[in-house]
Design a protein around this ligand. Structure first.
Ligand SMILES: NC(=O)C1=CN([C@@H]2O[C@H](COP(=O)(O)OP(=O)(O)OC[C@H]3O[C@@H](n4cnc5c(N)ncnc54)[C@H](O)[C@@H]3O)[C@@H](O)[C@H]2O)C=CC1
Ligand SMILES: O=C(O)C1=N[C@H](C(=O)O)C[C@H](O)C1
Length: 320
């Protein structure tokens, strides 16, 4: 070795080597993270006995993730087991929910719960998930939405995606109206708003999606409009004759029309989103589950927010 070479840093200590070493370590860590987040996510769906819960259970299985063979179901369900795409799901009464979730969380530390139950218990269920420290995706509508979001934000131990609408394209429309109201507040000053929504006759509450979108119209300056002003269609004949719902989708549809009219009646805008079936919500719910799992376990330091909505999921670019 020459005298000059003797003064050069050993290759293993050179700045270039150290940078390469850091790059390689980052790559390995990223591969480890990717391996972790591409492995099947364990999902408990409450309630697989219901229409949405059942559709989500099937979508979880179809996506290659793990649908746990249990589901909390209400007192209205007359059976002990339901079948989701060939997988039997044991139904558990609400009074056993805490012990079931506690056990499943011990067995599956990366457990994510999905909730599609009924508006009457949406707050109680959210409080339960928060107190058990289990991350959840809340698709159930209704209840006290401010209290629900506050519970998640204040929770020490958990994170959640909460949204009344999981369908990608409808979420994009919702985001667009929200952006429009932020960019052009008052653009529809004094316009009159009317909203009509049609759903299957078993839906007990007003569309949570319509309520969320009406918030943007209020910010755009329309004349006073309460959530109670949203017109509900639940009669199948009206759904077909007035709203144009195909008869085959009477048991599962969500048709929304928002009409804005200028004070002098010379200008009108109409927006519609009409969904048949439940596929886009079920698929969006799986996207939300994977998003939440990635926030929690796929990033160094974990999730940066307690509470997410579907616009966060859409903005992350992870909706299929
Ligand atoms: N976020 C979204 O994209 C969507 C939200 N939804 C919402 O999902 C909710 C469920 O809708 P569907 O499935 O159509 O209703 P559904 O009536 O078919 O199902 C509700 C289920 O909740 C269960 N339940 C009742 N009390 C319970 C309790 N104490 N614990 C556990 N489960 C209980 C019932 O047994 C039933 O199986 C509604 O709030 C609806 O608005 C529906 C579609 C899309
Ligand atoms: O109950 C339903 O069916 C739906 N509920 C959600 C809502 O209330 O906004 C979403 C969609 O309208 C279907």
């Amino acid at each position: 070795m020459s005298a000059a070479a003797a003064h050069l840093p050993h290759p293993l200590q050179s700045p270039r080597h150290n940078a390469a070493l850091r790059r390689s370590m980052r790559k390995k860590a990223s591969i480890r993270r990717a391996a972790m987040i591409t492995s099947a996510v364990p999902v408990l769906v409450n309630s697989c006995a219901g229409k949405m819960g059942h559709a989500v259970g099937e979508a979880v299985l179809e996506s290659g993730n793990t649908l746990l063979p249990y589901s909390v179901a209400g007192p209205d369900v007359g059976v002990d087991v339901v079948n989701c795409a060939g997988q039997p799901i044991q139904l558990v009464p609400p009074e056993e929910a805490v012990s079931l979730i506690t056990r499943l969380k011990e067995e599956h530390p990366e457990l994510i719960v999905v909730d599609y139950t009924v508006p009457a218990i949406v707050n109680a269920n959210a409080d339960m998930y928060c107190s058990l420290g289990v991350p959840f995706v809340m698709g159930t509508t209704g209840g006290d939405r401010d209290a629900l979001k506050a519970a998640v934000t204040a929770s020490e131990a958990t994170h959640a995606v909460v949204a009344p609408q999981m369908g990608k394209q409808v979420v994009a429309f919702q985001a667009m109206m929200q952006r429009m109201s932020e960019m052009f507040p008052g653009a529809f000053n004094d316009y009159t708003l009317s909203v009509v929504e049609s759903h299957q006759k078993t839906k007990v509450d007003t569309s949570g999606t319509a309520k969320a979108i009406v918030e943007s119209f209020r910010a755009l300056g329309v004349q006073p409009f309460d959530d109670d002003d949203i017109e509900l269609v639940r009669n199948p004949n009206d759904s077909v004759d007035r709203m144009g719902v195909p008869e085959t989708y009477l048991d599962g549809h969500a048709y929304h029309t928002y009409r804005l009219t200028s004070p002098d009646g010379t200008v009108a805008f109409e927006f519609q989103h009409n969904v048949n079936g439940r596929a886009i919500y079920a698929q969006g719910t799986v996207d939300a589950v994977l998003f939440l799992h990635r926030q929690l376990y796929g990033k160094p330091g974990g999730a940066t927010q307690k509470l997410y909505d579907m616009i966060d999921v859409l903005e992350a670019g992870v909706m299929r």
